[in-house]
Write a protein that binds this ligand. Structure first.
Ligand SMILES: [Zn+2]
Length: 248
């Protein structure tokens, strides 16, 4: 192949030693011609990268938070289903009478009767993990009291609506009977307030029945219905003593 064609194509040719030296020198010059400064980040580039990471993180974290809450709600739903099955088994073995408490209330029953009665935890559920919701940051020490069976000393995340007060006094039994007849399968047996609780900002100090129930949030509590189904509901803003609470 003629030499000029080889040179045009850039192939290595058997050039004389002097010519090769020139090529090598050119080549080494061209490599060292790139200063190291062009390989490093400038301050502006670094700031742009940091800004992009910050924006992506801002987009990602709420998604992760929602995904975590979704998985906690699924776990909680399974807990309530287990509790519902346990209550059904308890009623079959105790003449259609539901348990007074979900778990042993311990010494402090706040004057409620039934401290020596068997509880749902005694053989009707695989273990006591089913009584704790993963969204419950206090692990069973609910800081609010809506006249349901949940007080600070009870180790359950769930409000139980068939509790001792309603079963052990004539007034309570009449009220419970009337509620069950009125709402039937829609009657709420137990509820988990923690999912909405996390977003409404309730704490022991900030809880106020008037203000807290007015807090606008799309997060709903989970509940176990009388027929054993589990769904969500929203506390009404004013008449929370009325059953079965608002379902949207
Ligand atoms: Zn829950």
């Amino acid at each position: 192949m003629p030499k000029q064609i080889v040179d045009q194509l850039g192939w290595t040719s058997r050039a004389p030693l002097g010519h090769k030296t020139v090529q090598t020198r050119r080549c080494s010059r061209s490599v060292t011609a790139f200063p190291s400064a062009t390989n490093a980040f400038t301050l502006i580039e670094l700031l742009v990268v940091i800004a992009i990471i910050a924006i992506l993180s801002g987009l990602l974290f709420p998604t992760l938070h929602r995904a975590k809450e979704l998985s906690r709600r699924m776990h909680c739903t399974n807990n309530l289903r287990q509790i519902g099955l346990g209550i059904q088994m308890y009623r079959e073995e105790n003449g259609d009478r539901p348990p007074l408490y979900l778990v042993n209330p311990g010494r402090n029953t706040h004057g409620f009767p039934g401290g020596n009665q068997p509880y749902l935890e005694k053989g009707y559920l695989p273990n006591t993990n089913s009584f704790i919701c993963l969204s419950d940051r206090t692990q069973g020490h609910i800081p609010i009291d809506l006249d349901w069976e949940y007080f600070g000393d009870f180790t359950t995340s769930y409000a139980y609506h068939l509790g001792a007060w309603f079963q052990c006094t004539q007034e309570g039994r009449d009220w419970l009977k009337q509620q069950l007849e009125r709402w039937q399968a829609r009657y709420i047996v137990a509820a988990c307030p923690w999912h909405r609780h996390l977003y409404s900002g309730w704490t022991v100090k900030t809880y106020d029945p008037q203000r807290s129930f007015r807090h606008k949030t799309n997060i709903r509590d989970l509940c176990l219905r009388y027929d054993g189904s589990v769904d969500s509901f929203r506390w009404p803003t004013t008449n929370w003593h009325e059953e079965p609470y608002l379902v949207h």
